[in-house]
Design a protein around this ligand. Structure first.
Ligand SMILES: Nc1nc2c([nH]c(=O)n2[C@H]2C[C@H](O)[C@@H](COP(=O)(O)OP(=O)(O)OP(=O)(O)O)O2)c(=O)[nH]1
Ligand SMILES: [Mg+2]
Length: 153
């Protein structure tokens, strides 16, 4: 007789998360450190949080960034979508680049936070799902600097 152990992926909830890559005028990115009691504890992250029912992704992003880091999002654009299965949780990250905002971000929930250059992002311990985001930001920065070089010819 077959037995079921209820450990199939379908048994693990999937969470939609709006994630903001906030960039300043010097091309630096704002990152925060997750607390010791959160999922993916103590890892660095791009601020954001779960999309609540009835919310669009931009609405969720605006609410989360106001709550967590105290900025008002004025404009954002899609950067990428990542599906990632952690053993205990499946996440769908809807990543937006925040290209205009008002206010100065800070860790309103007591989280450590800082602005970092794109080239320094790989020195920080992010959740596994974030690898492709960092690769994409670093590739875009390289493309931009090579087009600057060509402009100078
Ligand atoms: N905000 C954010 N979450 C990320 C990133 N990478 C990544 O795997 N995650 C995962 C960790 C969590 O499982 C989930 C986000 O949940 P969260 O704990 O931030 O959600 P939330 O802000 O609504 O939290 P809460 O107040 O309900 O506790 O997405 C990232 O760069 N930023
Ligand atoms: Mg959050």
């Amino acid at each position: 007789m077959k037995t079921s152990t209820n450990t199939t992926p379908a048994a693990i909830a999937k969470v939609l998360v709006a994630v903001g890559v906030i960039e300043n005028s010097q091309g630096q990115i704002f990152i925060c450190r997750r607390s010791a009691h959160q999922h993916q504890a103590n890892k660095w992250e791009f601020p954001g949080g779960k999309v609540e029912s009835g919310e669009t992704i931009p609405q969720a992003l605006a609410r989360e960034l106001a709550e967590e880091v105290g900025i008002t999002v004025l404009a954002c654009e899609p950067l990428m979508q990542i599906e990632h299965d952690y053993a205990d949780k499946h996440v769908s990250l809807a990543i937006r680049k925040v290209i205009a905002f008002s206010g100065e971000p800070s860790g309103l929930e007591g989280q450590v936070s800082r602005w970092v250059a794109v080239s320094e992002l790989s020195h920080y311990d992010f959740p596994k799902a974030n690898g492709p985001i960092i690769a994409k930001l670093q590739q875009a920065a390289l493309d931009e600097s090579s087009s600057d070089t060509l402009d100078g010819l």
